[in-house]
Design a protein around this ligand. Structure first.
Ligand code: B1M
Length: 246
């Protein structure tokens, strides 16, 4: 068993959970999540103070060559076991939001651990999140906007896939829908400078920052723009349906 130090707080239940994720012990993770919930710790806090720091530590252990791919995948499964219990409780914050976000790892990128944590944190803040999965092509991001997403979130972990964020933004421009959506990007190699360079509206280095940035971006979407968007969206969908029948 890997000895790790839990630094994100002093709650014993969360320390147990953190260690269980790092050690890839899914049975202990399930048990620790249930205990934490039973002691009154909110689902969002369990996620942000235990699951996310634990997976970040797993990434660090890989970088330090203390962990190899199998250990990472076992930890990710353990984290998912906890996430599955938390997920139905996450939107239950009392703080409802009308924000609709579509989130995906860009084309060519299969890393989804961090992106899924971002999705869970957004859900825990009351947003309606559509998780588009991995290897999401520019046309699929465009379709997500046509389907009503107000924010597009793109994640990339590889230098070779980062540029696909720009191609997705370019595709939105080409479709004439760039102005009615905000785009936020993130992932291990992504920086604020890169986000600015490709014309994204926001960048977040971690899941909690992503929630803050998404709230800010939503507040920047003009209300009139949102109303226009609905009409335009209906028109676009009707057009798309007509085209698919012809
Ligand atoms: Co890969 N991988 N991987 N990998 N992998 C990295 C990224 C790498 C840095 C490892 C290394 O070599 N040091 C390296 C890229 C470096 C480079 O190229 N310069 C790398 C490589 C090379 C590869 C392959 C090419 C290896 C190969 O096959 N030769 C291959 C590529 C596959 C592909 O995508 N096409 C590959 C494959 C894999 C696995 C499948 C084995 C596995 C992914 C499993 C999965 O995701 N289901 C994997 C993993 C696990 C990693 C590392 C070890 C860990 C990533 C992770 O989950 N971290 C990673 C090294 C590392 O990052 N330390 C590595 C934990 C997670 C909580 O953090 O994902 O950073 P992170 O997410 C954070 C933030 O980035 C941010 O918030 C999250 C939570 O706080 N964030 C956002 C993420 N998305 C965001 C979106 C936002 C905002 C914030 O807004 C929308």
């Amino acid at each position: 068993m890997k000895k790790t130090e839990y630094l994100s707080g002093d709650l014993r239940e969360l320390a147990t959970l953190y260690n269980a994720v790092v050690n890839g012990e899914d049975v202990t993770v399930r048990e620790a999540v249930r205990v934490a919930l039973a002691t009154g710790i909110p689902a969002g806090q369990i996620l942000s103070d235990a699951l996310i720091p634990a997976m970040t530590e797993v990434g660090r252990l890989f970088e330090a060559q203390e962990y190899y791919v199998p250990e990472i995948l076992i930890s990710a499964e353990a984290m998912e076991a906890g996430g599955a219990i938390l997920r139905p409780l996450l939107g239950d914050t009392g703080e409802r939001s009308t924000g609709r976000i579509a989130l995906g790892a860009v084309e060519g990128d299969l890393h989804d651990i961090g992106k899924n944590l971002v999705a869970m944190m957004l859900e825990s803040s009351g947003f309606h999140v559509t998780n588009l999965g991995v290897d999401v092509s520019p046309p699929r991001f465009v379709q997500a906007v046509l389907d009503g997403a107000q924010i597009i979130g793109m994640s990339a972990m590889l230098p070779t896939t980062m540029l696909n964020m720009k191609f997705a933004i370019d595709a939105m421009k080409a479709e004439g829908i760039r102005e009615r959506v905000k785009v936020i990007v993130g992932g291990a190699m992504v920086t604020q400078e890169f986000a600015d360079r490709i014309g994204a509206d926001g960048y977040a280095s971690d899941a909690s920052t992503a929630v803050r940035k998404v709230k800010k971006l939503l507040s920047e979407l003009p209300a009139t723009g949102r109303r226009k968007e609905t009409t335009y969206l209906k028109m676009s969908l009707r057009l798309a349906q007509a085209q698919s029948h012809s």
